[in-house]
Design a binder for this molecule. Structure first.
Ligand SMILES: [Zn+2]
Length: 264
């Protein structure tokens, strides 16, 4: 199980920086690999119970480090470290914080189910793309949360050419926003689908607005993707890691190569 503390140990061996802090003050670390002029941004674990995506994002380094081509790849493995800690049962019990979070969750059990951040906001509904709060815990207003604000600031600062958001689960690839598809988006999605065996899908209902991919696609009209890795019930078991990575990593590499072919 990849905890925030383990993530800190692994990231320290790389070229890394912090994009900001979580509600409870955890640094949102990202690493950079490659020195090419095109910039890809990969992020994981917007949702606490999808922490397997943080491990995948960390492992990607070894796969890609010698084959970055004309790309620089920025990887932020854990957008929601507080939510991850809550989901992993690492909150000290019988504290005010623990009771506060339990209240936010209607006194239901938190272990293995918590997805939101420490303010009870679903971070992947907190972006400025047809933002709506009711029914989806999207927060008070777009980017009201320090985690989504940090992601937005990093995107604006680095001006990424392409974004991939890792979620779990379903073996699906989403792209575009509300029926609008940036140039190259469809070809790249299909190339990734072919390489991974995942399916290109249309988001429906609450999955179709307020997310990071939605905001990036809408704001910049550049290819942005949500990839739902693995299959089963979150949190996905560690045993799925090798199988997921074997299908996902070549697909991400293929996205970069396809971008080079169709958009450069
Ligand atoms: Zn998710």
């Amino acid at each position: 199980m990849l905890t925030y503390e383990k993530l800190l140990r692994r990231i320290s061996e790389r070229d890394f920086a912090s994009a900001g802090k979580s509600v409870w003050g955890r640094e949102l670390y990202y690493y950079r690999v490659g020195r090419g002029e095109k910039k890809l941004f990969i992020n994981g674990t917007h949702h606490g119970n999808e922490y397997i995506t943080a491990e995948i994002a960390l492992d990607f380094y070894d796969y890609i480090k010698n084959r970055t081509g004309n790309w620089s790849i920025y990887v932020l493995p854990m957008v929601n470290p507080d939510g991850t800690a809550i989901c992993q049962g690492l909150l000290p019990k019988s504290t005010d914080t623990y009771e506060h979070i339990r209240r936010l969750n209607g006194w239901k059990d938190l272990y293995r189910v918590w997805r939101k951040n420490a303010n009870g906001v679903d971070l992947n509904h907190n972006y400025d793309a047809s933002f709506k709060s009711e029914g989806v815990s999207g927060g008070a207003y777009p980017e009201s949360e320090p985690e989504s604000r940090a992601v937005v600031n990093l995107v604006k600062k680095e001006n990424f050419d392409m974004v991939i958001c890792l979620h779990a689960q379903g073996e699906e690839i989403y792209h575009g926003f509300r029926g609008v598809y940036p140039d190259g988006s469809r070809v790249i999605a299909e190339a990734m689908a072919k390489a991974s065996g995942y399916k290109v899908s249309e988001p429906t209902g609450s999955a179709s607005f307020g997310g990071m991919k939605d905001w990036f696609t809408h704001k910049f009209s550049r290819p942005g993707f949500t990839i739902e890795v693995g299959r089963g019930e979150n949190p996905l078991p560690e045993e799925q890691l090798p199988g997921i990575e074997k299908r996902l990593f070549p697909a991400i590499e293929k996205a970069m190569l396809t971008y080079d072919e169709v958009l450069c």
